[in-house]
Design a protein around this ligand. Structure first.
Ligand code: F6R
Length: 633
């Protein structure tokens, strides 16, 4: 994509995905290394950790192995390290860098540096001064790689950090600690401090590239790129750097003006999707229903081009209104014997085979419980595939309760099953002595997985789905016992493809978290997309439509929605009780994040909000709505 014309104060390149962006950055780094090697000089690199740069490091390793890229002349300084922190701890950035890069390339020992988290407090200040002095002796950093925190931090320079800040011990922000909670096995265990390179050294680097992926970064990317330079958003300092760029994916770019309201930046191609986006944006902006928008509303809000195309507001309004109206259906599997030319789904076949993929055992009911129920009630053959065991999200005391129950049950009924008892006793012993952030042993994971399996079965029973139509896939990529998962493997894809082949569905529902490159949902979706691609030439696939629901916390933007399934107050309540079947996910879960609401509350807020926006736009007033986008493979 081309660079924007205005609004943006830092050169920003938007890539369609994080893979392409990571490859481009890796190539830029490799070019510096090669050029410096030719000149007989060291290449001094500033490196970052976190989820963002992993693919850059993987690409550098690939270049080393396949293209002979040598790191003999490379010297690196990492941005930060938690304090205190032992270098071999799972959360340590020393360990991260070794695992992600250093142990796989030929960088000489002693050439890489990560702030030392083992120092006594009184030695930290000297260490920080020396860290900067070393960089200065090399003439500064040739290249600095950055990520951005959800709060706009760079390195661990939290909001409030000044542009001339030095390398120092920093108290971590709550947002930063919440984001790290997964790695530490809960917020309470996350380090409160970190040693971070100051913004001054970052600003002195000859070239700076900041990477960002995913919609959770979009807000602060926009503030950093388009807002004022302020210590409240430390990344905004980069506006003052002469050679800094942002390389981001489309999800992280979503809040930039050129993405949100592109017609304000440049002339746009007024296709149907763009018109819908502009009109909905306008209606919400001026707080009017679509059918009440006037010529002056269009003219005064940067949409005179569009108005000129149609001549009068009325014609645009009616077109968009009808389009919105046609997305609404109470028949998500298609309405039998009805004219379907303006309906989101086909009328035929009347009875469809439906395959709902649920990344975790509760996403089906949370994200599309109303639609799930309707599909079943309207006579379709609904299958549900639970893609992962979801075992890491079960609290220890919950697992302990179940394990003890089995032991007590066995002893009181003398139905002693020695093998099962051994497993459960081992689990109890482990759980009673478990240290913070210790990874669960296989026996405990098994119990936690069974707990979630039981809950999912319970939901299906409640909806009315027979046993044969419930499929537990337990995809192997998930089974690490940690937040960090394995990459998607051939085995994962095969499992998904086999099930699609077995069911031969007319409809597939999948969690469409297209953006987040790290989470379980994205990996689950990748598995489905790859499986669908492999099967797409099969006869049955020509009759198969794939609908994406938003699995995680967000909802689709209104202009993207292609099917909106309304719910009555009773249906909302029925869905709530369906979510309650997931008792291990109630009253707080191990990875709660900043949102204290329970899953049923989040689901209801989200569905009610969608209905409220439709109503604001002038469509009928529903209690709640679930939303879907079609993936045309
Ligand atoms: C890491 C660092 C941080 C991260 C930022 C984003 O060394 O300095 O600024 O770059 O917190 O983290 P991820 O990439 O995990 O979203």
């Amino acid at each position: 994509m081309e660079q924007a014309i205005s609004y943006e104060r830092i050169p920003t390149i938007i890539y369609s995905n994080s893979d392409d962006a990571s490859r481009a950055v890796a190539q830029e780094i490799a070019a510096i290394i090669r050029k410096k090697a030719l000149d007989g000089q060291p290449a001094i690199l500033g490196l970052a950790t976190g989820s963002t740069p992993k693919k850059v490091y993987a690409e550098l390793i690939r270049m080393h192995k396949e293209e002979g890229l040598s790191f003999q002349n490379v010297v690196t300084y990492n941005l930060d390290e938690y304090y205190p922190m032992e270098p071999d701890a799972v959360q340590s950035y020393v360990r991260f860098m070794r695992e992600q890069l250093f142990d796989h390339i030929d960088i000489p020992k002693g050439n890489w540096h990560v702030p030392d988290g083992t120092l006594p407090l009184e030695k930290v200040a000297d260490f920080c001064r020396d860290y900067e002095a070393q960089i200065e002796r090399y003439g500064g950093l040739d290249f600095q790689l950055l990520g951005i925190g959800r709060n706009g931090h760079i390195g661990f320079n939290e909001p409030g950090s000044l542009i001339n800040s030095k390398t120092r011990l920093m108290t971590l922000d709550l947002t930063t600690r919440v984001d790290a909670a997964g790695d530490f096995g809960g917020l309470a265990n996350v380090s409160k401090k970190a040693i971070t390179m100051g913004i001054q050294k970052i600003m002195q680097a000859k070239r700076v590239v900041l990477l960002a992926w995913g919609e959770h970064k979009a807000q602060n990317v926009a503030k950093a790129v388009e807002g004022a330079v302020t210590a409240d958003v430390p990344a905004s300092c980069l506006q003052l750097h002469e050679n800094a760029s942002f390389m981001i994916d489309t999800a992280a770019a979503a809040q930039l003006t050129r993405m949100k309201t592109p017609w304000l930046v440049d002339s746009v191609n007024w296709d149907k999707a763009m018109i819908k986006k502009a009109v909905i944006n306008l209606a919400l902006e001026v707080k009017k229903p679509v059918l009440k928008l006037t010529n002056s509303d269009y003219n005064e809000n940067g949409l005179s081009d569009l108005l000129a195309l149609y001549g009068q507001a009325y014609d645009i309004n009616i077109e968009v209104f009808n389009n919105l109206q046609h997305t609404i259906t109470g028949w998500p599997g298609g309405k039998p014997n009805a004219d379907d030319s303006n309906r989101p789904e086909r009328a035929y076949p009347n009875k469809k085979k439906v395959l709902i993929f649920s990344p975790h055992p509760d996403d089906d009911i949370i994200s599309m419980g109303g639609t799930f129920q309707r599909l079943h009630d309207q006579g379709h053959e609904v299958h549900v595939a639970y893609q992962t065991s979801g075992n890491i999200a079960v609290a220890d005391d919950e697992a302990l309760r179940f394990a003890e129950f089995v032991i007590d049950f066995n002893s009181s009924f003398e139905a002693n099953n020695p093998v099962a008892n051994r497993v459960y006793k081992e689990a109890v012993r482990f759980l009673k002595n478990k240290k913070d952030s210790e990874v669960d042993i296989a026996e405990v994971r098994e119990i936690k997985g069974l707990i979630r399996r039981g809950e999912a079965k319970n939901t299906c029973r409640y909806v009315g789905i027979p046993k044969e139509q419930i499929h537990f896939l337990d995809l192997p990529f998930y089974e690490t016992g940690m937040v960090q998962k394995k990459p998607l493997s051939e085995e994962d894809i095969q499992i998904v493809a086999n099930l699609i082949d077995e069911v031969q569905p007319h409809q597939i529902y999948a969690a469409g978290d297209l953006a987040d490159p790290h989470g379980t949902h994205k990996v689950c979706l990748d598995a489905i997309m790859e499986a669908v691609h492999r099967l797409k030439h099969r006869e049955f696939m020509s009759n198969c439509w794939v609908w994406l629901y938003k699995g995680a916390w967000q909802e689709w933007d209104i202009d993207q929605i292609e099917m909106a399934v309304p719910m009555s107050p009773d249906q909302v309540l029925k869905k709530r009780y369906g979510i309650f079947k997931h008792q291990s996910q109630k009253d707080g879960v191990p990875f709660q994040g900043t949102d204290a609401r329970e899953f049923w509350q989040r689901a209801e807020d989200r569905n009610q909000n969608t209905a409220a926006i439709y109503n604001q736009l002038g469509l009928a007033e529903y209690e709640a709505m679930e939303a879907f986008v079609r993936w045309r493979f």
